[in-house]
Design a protein around this ligand. Structure first.
Ligand SMILES: O=C(O)C1=C[C@@H](OP(=O)(O)O)[C@@H](O)[C@H](O)C1
Ligand SMILES: C=C(OP(=O)(O)O)C(=O)O
Length: 406
């Protein structure tokens, strides 16, 4: 369904509670299944977490995880170490275009039996599970950190643990650190030195609960809304803390440069306030925080400022080629933009075209990152339901904040 958003004003002083981090949730769902005695609070209600939960609690041979990258990668490792189980793991058309060869090769080197059912290096996969022993394996860290997290999550359950030797430049490092932090919280012994990560075998943990922090990537859209509003506008978001496991909490310093200040207040809330005008140009390397690329570039366009983003090499293998999608849609609004394989350049601009229809390319972040522009001009977001991949209540929540949707 397409949604028409009238030119709207953000209601200042409102409070929103956002659902749990999908990255934290999906790691913990795997560990919960493997250890059995973990209780989760504030789990993500995203499609990606629902689909993973369902897969982990079903004995079906055919498992379809739709668009969920983490579910695809984490389950490839998980099914590989389930003795006497055969699984056909597939996903949406786009998922079958997202590479998985680096992970499959690493698992095969550990003894896993995995076949490609269509194109070499891509889902769908046939996985014949077995008791993997573990050991040392080398893989590239330059394509997706999810391959590394997938191996780290099963590592405690392998007889000898795992030793990963990472080659190439490490991308999305905070997601690897999140996986390691979660394992450490359960008392699992980890050593990360230079480019080698060792995880010890450990099958038992003391039963415990885990309170998942809300999703910082979802918070980014509210940062953009506040940045595009008059000075003094503020919102309160929960449940967040400034010392987060999520790399996207770098929003705090990134948006400080766009005039938005963050304060941690009691009760697990943060307050974000438009404190001053933004800088006149914005330059950032997003190697650690690729999911913020759309929010930041669209917000800079709304602010009319120059924007130079680098470290974007992974964007082309996400839900869509996000660099091409940004280039197409920002151009429609009147932006002067150019892209390379790993960067985006946006000139400073004045004004934008009204009533443009934004294509979303089956990418939740295309819909949510363009929506804040309705604070400046009316616009139409195509296939608005895409947001449920990570943020089920997005449209309801922004209506509460004053956005007028039709
Ligand atoms: O591990 C995770 O939870 C994620 C890692 C990142 O992917 P890449 O490592 O492929 O960049 C990120 O873009 C994705 O949304 C979630
Ligand atoms: C890239 C994303 O997710 P995934 O890779 O897990 O599909 C995302 O949520 O922006």
């Amino acid at each position: 369904m397409d949604v028409f958003i009238e030119k709207s004003n953000l209601k200042s002083g409102m409070t929103l509670k956002i659902s749990g981090s999908k990255s934290e949730t999906n790691r913990l769902l795997i560990l919960q299944k493997l250890f059995g005695n973990i209780q989760l609070y504030n789990s993500s209600d995203s499609d990606d977490s629902e689909v993973l939960y369902k897969a982990l609690n079903s004995n079906e041979k055919l498992v379809d995880i739709h668009h969920a990258g983490t579910a695809m990668r984490f389950l490839t490792a998980y099914y590989s170490m389930q003795p006497s189980r055969e699984t056909i793991l597939t996903g949406s058309k786009r998922m079958c275009e997202r590479p998985i060869g680096v992970l499959v090769d690493a698992l095969r080197n550990l003894g896993a039996q995995i076949d490609y059912l269509d194109k070499e290096g891509y889902p769908p996969l046939r996985i014949i599970g077995d008791r993997l022993k573990g050991g040392r394996v080398r893989l590239s860290a330059g394509v997706s950190s999810q391959y590394i997290s997938a191996l780290l999550l099963i590592a405690p359950f392998l007889e000898t643990g795992i030793e990963l030797e990472l080659s190439n430049e490490i991308i999305s490092m905070p997601y690897i650190e999140m996986t390691l932090s979660v394992l450490k919280e359960f008392g699992i012994s980890i050593l990360f030195e230079k480019s080698t990560i060792k995880v010890e075998s450990c099958r038992d943990i003391t039963p415990r609960t885990f309170e998942i922090e809300s999703d910082w990537s979802s918070a980014s859209y509210y940062y953009a809304m506040v940045a595009l509003s008059p000075i003094g506008t503020n919102l309160r978001l929960g449940s967040y803390k400034l010392s987060s496991l999520q790399g996207d909490s770098q929003l705090v310093s990134l948006f400080q440069r766009l005039g938005v200040k963050t304060i941690e207040i009691k009760g697990g809330l943060i307050e974000i306030i438009k404190e001053r005008e933004s800088q006149s140009s914005f330059i950032a390397n997003l190697n650690d925080t690729p999911d913020l690329a759309q929010t930041l570039s669209v917000c800079c366009f709304g602010l009319g400022i120059e924007c130079v983003l680098t470290g974007l090499q992974t964007l082309k293998i996400k839900e869509t080629d996000r660099l091409v999608a940004l280039n197409n849609e920002l151009k429609k609004l009147g932006a002067e933009i150019s892209i390379t394989q790993n960067s985006l350049y946006l000139s400073s601009s004045k004004g934008m075209t009204s009533n443009v229809t934004i294509e979303t390319y089956q990418d939740h972040r295309m819909a949510m990152s363009f929506a804040p522009l309705a604070l400046l001009v009316p616009l139409i977001i195509k296939d608005s339901e895409v947001v449920t991949k990570s943020y089920k209540n997005f449209w309801k929540d922004i209506e509460k904040l004053g956005f007028v949707l039709k």
